[in-house]
Design a protein around this ligand. Structure first.
Ligand code: PXG
Length: 458
C-alpha cells in the first residue's frame, strides 16, 4: 500500500485520539512505518528525530531487540493468564518485586493496570477505600490541579484539570476539586519564583480549609506537569506543599506516569523533589512504551490498611499484570539499570541539554527556555521585552510544531509552549541536532508571524 492508500483508509475508518476528526480527514495523516534509536521514519522515507519519545514513553529508544526477545519468549511460555482468583505468574511476581526495590523505601506493593488512566482510576478508589477503613469515610475529596493531566477515562479526566475535557461527556466524578498550578511563567511573573511557589501552596491550604480538613482524602499532582506544558515548579513549591499535606493528614499521590523511569534524572520524579508519596501511578516508561502496562505503587501506610483491614478490594482489570507486558517491562528496567541510563540523564545528558536548550532563550520568539533532566519547554512570545503572548488565533505553537515536522523533528506544542521529552538514550550529537532543528523552526515561525526584532516589536 502507498501513503495515499493508508491515508484514504485512515480517513474512512479511524477515529484518532485527541483529534478534530473532520480537519484531520481534510489534511491527511503522516504514516509512520518504522523507527530506530531516536528516529522515526514515515512512509515517504523521511527521517524524523523523535523529540517526544513517542508520547513521553519510549525511554530506551526504538529498536531494542532485547525487549522483542523478552516478549517473544514470554508469548511462547505463557501468552496470557490473569492474577485473579488466587493465581499469579512469574513475570508479574518478578516485576512487582523489582518495582518495590526501585521505589522509595516506604513503598513495597504494586497493583497492576493497563495504562496511566487505569492507574489513576485505581488510586481514586484506593484512597477513598483507605479512609473508609480508617473510620473516616468523610474524607472523600481529592484535590488536583488546574491544567494537570491524569488520563482520559472518566476518573482520569475528572482528576485532570483540562477544562475542555471536563466540558465533553460529563458529568465529572464528584468530590474532585482543583487548585492552582505552579506555572510561574504563565501565571506568576509579577512575583519571584520563590514567592509564587509558596503562594500556590497557600492556595492549596486555603482549598483544604474551605472543603474542611476532615473531608479531604488526597492531593494528586505530577512532580513536573507533562501534558500541561512541561511545567517545572519553583523550588519553593514542593517543600511547602508537603508541609501543608502533613499538617492536615492528607495523602499525596505523585503521578509518575511521565516523570518515572529516568525522565528527570532519577528513577522517579519524587526522588528528585524529595517527596514521600503514599501512592505513585506509573505507566509509559515502565515498558518504554513497547507494550501497554501501568501500575500503582502503593506505600506501606495504605497497603497495610488495605491488606490487614480491607477484605476483598473489588477492583482489577483483565490485563492487570499481563505476563507479556510484565516480561517486557522487567527487561526494560534491567536495561535501564545495567546501562546506567538514569544516572547518565542526571549527570551528563540532562546538564548537556540544559546548556544547549538555554541558548535558545536568546531567540526573539522565546520568552523562557527551561529544562530538567530530559524534559524541556520553550515559551513563545510575541514581544520578548514585555513577554506578551501571541493572539491565540495565530496558533503560534502549532505553526512552530509544523515547521519542526517539516524539518525532521517532533516537538510538541501545548498552546504556545513548545515541549520536548526525547528518548533517554539520546547522544550529545543528537541533542545538538534537536536544538539546531528547533532553532530553525523558531526562525521560520518568527518569519511566518512577522516577528522581526525584540525591540522593534515592543
Ligand atoms: N498521568 C499522566 C501524568 C500522563 O501524562 C496519564 C496519566 C494517562 O496515561 P494513559 O496511559 O492512560 O494515556 C498520562 C498520559 C500529550 C499526552 O499530548 C499525554 C498523555 C497521554 C496522551 C497525550 O501530552 N499522558
Amino acid at each position: 500500500m502507498q501513503t495515499q492508500d493508508y491515508q484514504a483508509l485512515d480517513r474512512q475508518h479511524h477515529l484518532h485520539p485527541f483529534t478534530d476528526f473532520k480537519s484531520l480527514g481534510e489534511e491527511g495523516t503522516r504514516v509512520i512505518t518504522h523507527a530506530d534509536g531516536v528516529y522515526i521514519y514515515d512512509s515517504q522515507g523521511n527521517q524524523i528525530l523523535d523529540g517526544m519519545a513517542g508520547l513521553w514513553c519510549v525511554n530506551l529508544g526504538y529498536g531494542r531487540q532485547e525487549l522483542v526477545d523478552a516478549a517473544t519468549e514470554q508469548m511462547q511460555q505463557l501468552p496470557y493468564y490473569n492474577n485473579f482468583f488466587k493465581t499469579t505468574h512469574p513475570p508479574a511476581v518478578k516485576l512487582a518485586a523489582k518495582l518495590s526495590e526501585l521505589a522509595p523505601e516506604h513503598i513495597n506493593h504494586v497493583f497492576f493496570t493497563g495504562s496511566g488512566s487505569e492507574s489513576n482510576d485505581t488510586v481514586l478508589r484506593m484512597v477513598r477505600r483507605y479512609w473508609a477503613l480508617k473510620g473516616k469515610p468523610g474524607k472523600q475529596w481529592i484535590i488536583s490541579r488546574e491544567n494537570g493531566y491524569h488520563g482520559s477515562t472518566v476518573a482520569g479526566m475528572s482528576l485532570g484539570g483540562m477544562a475542555p475535557m471536563h466540558d465533553q461527556g460529563g458529568p465529572c466524578v464528584p468530590g474532585i476539586a482543583h487548585t492552582c498550578q505552579p506555572y510561574w511563567f504563565g501565571e506568576g511573573r509579577d512575583m519571584s519564583q520563590e514567592a509564587f511557589g509558596k503562594q500556590c501552596a497557600q492556595a492549596l491550604e486555603d482549598q483544604i480549609l474551605a472543603l474542611g480538613e476532615d473531608n479531604v482524602a488526597a492531593f494528586i499532582a505530577e512532580p513536573v506537569q507533562g501534558a500541561g506544558g512541561a511545567i517545572i515548579p519553583p523550588d519553593s513549591y514542593w517543600p511547602a506543599v508537603q508541609e501543608v499535606l502533613a499538617k492536615y493528614d492528607i495523602l499525596l499521590i505523585a503521578d509518575e506516569v511521565i516523570c518515572g523511569f529516568g525522565r528527570l534524572g532519577e528513577w522517579f520524579g519524587s526522588n528528585h523533589y524529595g517527596l514521600k508519596p503514599d501512592l505513585m501511578p506509573i505507566a509509559k516508561g515502565l515498558s518504554s512504551g513497547y507494550l501497554p502496562i501501568g501500575a500503582v505503587l502503593v506505600g506501606d501506610r495504605v497497603a497495610d490498611t488495605l491488606i490487614e483491614d480491607g477484605g476483598e478490594f473489588f477492583h482489577g482489570f483483565t490485563y492487570s499484570g499481563h505476563p507479556v507486558c510484565a516480561a517486557v517491562a522487567l527487561k526494560n528496567l534491567e536495561l535501564l539499570e545495567s546501562e546506567r541510563v538514569v544516572e547518565k540523564v542526571r549527570d551528563d545528558l540532562g546538564p548537556y541539554l540544559a546548556k544547549r536548550w538555554q541558548a535558545l532563550a536568546e531567540h526573539p520568539l522565546v520568552g523562557e527556555a527551561r529544562s530538567l533532566g530530559l524534559i524541556g519547554a520553550l515559551e513563545l512570545v510575541a514581544n520578548k521585552r514585555t513577554g506578551e503572548r501571541f493572539d491565540k488565533a495565530l496558533s503560534a505553537g502549532n505553526v512552530c510544531r509544523d515547521f519542526c515536522f517539516e524539518n525532521g523533528l517532533v516537538m510538541r506544542s501545548v498552546g504556545d509552549t513548545m515541549v520536548i521529552s526525547p528518548p533517554l538514550i539520546i547522544t550529545h550529537s543528537e541533542i545538538d541536532e534537536l536544538v539546531s532543528k528547533a532553532r530553525l523552526a523558531l526562525d521560520k515561525t518568527a518569519e511566518a508571524l512577522a516577528v522581526t526584532h525584540p525591540m522593534e516589536s515592543a
